[in-house]
Design a protein around this ligand. Structure first.
Ligand code: SF4
Length: 403
């Protein structure tokens, strides 16, 4: 007998609020009626993905407020005591503005639910047993104390993790410093550890509008009109990755989940119901591409992983979009463990080159984060850093649990 079930629903018009709400309820009912899975009087926490503090939910960057409203209407059938929409968005963004700009205040007011900025609340240290990257992780108390936790990511490809779905969306229950730490201990291993301590009861992947290419922010919207619901985050993510036409086993996150015995990873153990997978599958462009041919920039690739290579490529794209390429001096970017650094001004990218951390332009992280690489390039082009001093990203380099 299958150990997990994933139900696939279809939504024809992502902009029609009432029809999205109806289809979300129908899809979740297809998995299980609310009263069967949520106890009456429960405190329910819903965690969307709000990785933008501008109005971008129709671009596949942010979970659709209509989808979240549908989830709330479904939950209300079970008679909960409270429904909270909670988020701690990406470092450097305005969490309250992210809710406001993307229509979540209206959702809360229409449904009687409450928006909680997790950054305003307490985070508690939770021990990780047999962690791959961390011994303990600070997590929002509100999330740990929920009676019923619902994870509602949007479907994206992602330059650092390959895909961003349920597993990755849980980074939004961490304080900022813990988010930074995750990248310097190895984001895929850290996310695996995080998912070993935070266990959503229900996962709803919003692919009404998804994203392909350079997600999480610079990809291309995909009007897929699909919703996936499951109770096991690993199983739900694996099926979502198949819907994206990608092989889950090329991504570290699923291999680590399997290695750690986290969730249902064996596809033979996952039962699919609802719309057949073949009817909704669409080949997504992965978050990877050739290195751009930019005059004056040389890449030295010492066997780098796609996460760092794509991080560098995307960062150059950001600097180009800011009109700063001409302000850069001729430069060499070294990436990958076997990369040879020859010049004092080489940009040295990634934690596996930590032996060069004394170099002026060393960029930490595993993989190195796009915004830290682009800030390094901005600084070299004579501009201010958008995401704060580099020192705060170097803090965690002393923690040598992994890699
Ligand atoms: S820092 Fe090194 S090991 Fe880590 S993702 Fe980048 S290239 Fe790979």
């Amino acid at each position: 007998m299958a150990k997990a079930r994933v139900h696939i629903g279809r939504i024809s018009d992502a902009t029609d609020r009432e029809s999205v709400i109806d289809k979300v309820i129908e899809t979740l009912d297809g998995l299980a009626p609310a009263a069967q899975v949520i106890k009456s009087g429960s405190k329910v926490v819903i965690k969307p993905n709000l990785t933008a503090d501008t109005r971008l939910w129709q671009e596949g960057i942010v979970t659709s407020p209509h989808t979240v409203e549908g989830v709330i209407r479904y939950v209300q059938q079970a008679g909960p005591s409270e429904i909270i929409i909670a988020e701690a968005t990406a470092c450097g963004l305005d969490n309250k503005k992210a809710f406001r700009e993307n229509g979540f205040e209206e959702v809360a007011s229409r449904t009687g639910s409450v928006i909680v900025d997790l950054y305003d609340e307490e985070f508690v240290s939770v021990p990780v047993r047999n962690g791959m990257a961390a011994k303990e992780i600070k997590v929002a108390r509100r999330v740990m104390e929920a009676d019923f936790l619902i994870n509602v990511p949007t479907m994206k490809t992602h330059v650092a993790t390959g895909v961003s779905l349920c597993l990755k969306n849980l980074k939004g229950v961490l304080p900022e410093n813990e988010k930074r730490r995750s990248h310097f201990l190895g984001v895929n291993k850290f996310v695996t550890d995080l998912n070993s301590i935070v266990k959503p009861d229900l996962c709803v992947i919003d692919a009404t509008v998804a994203m392909e290419g350079d997600g999480p922010m610079q990809g291309t919207p995909v009007h897929l009109g699909v919703l996936l619901a499951g109770t096991d985050p690993v199983a739900t993510d694996i099926i979502a990755t198949r819907v994206m036409g990608l092989d889950p086993w090329q991504f570290k996150c699923f291999n680590y989940a399997r290695q750690q015995g986290l969730g249902v990873w064996n596809e033979a153990d996952i039962a699919l119901t609802g719309v057949p997978l073949d009817e909704v599958r669409r080949e997504f462009h992965p978050a990877s591409g050739p290195f751009p041919d930019v005059h004056g920039i040389t890449l030295v690739d010492g066997g780098a992983c796609p996460g760092c290579l794509d991080g560098v490529r995307t960062a150059i794209g950001r600097v180009k979009a800011a009109g700063l390429l001409d302000n850069l001096p001729p430069l060499t970017i070294v990436v990958g463990e076997k990369g040879v650094v020859t010049g004092e001004n080489d940009v040295v990218v990634g934690r596996c080159l930590k032996r060069h951390r004394g170099k002026k332009h060393y960029v930490p992280g595993c993989p190195a984060q796009v915004f830290v690489i682009s800030d390094e390039l901005r600084e070299m082009a004579g501009q201010y850093r958008l995401f704060g001093p580099k020192a705060q990203y170097l803090l965690h380099e002393g923690e040598d649990r992994e890699n």
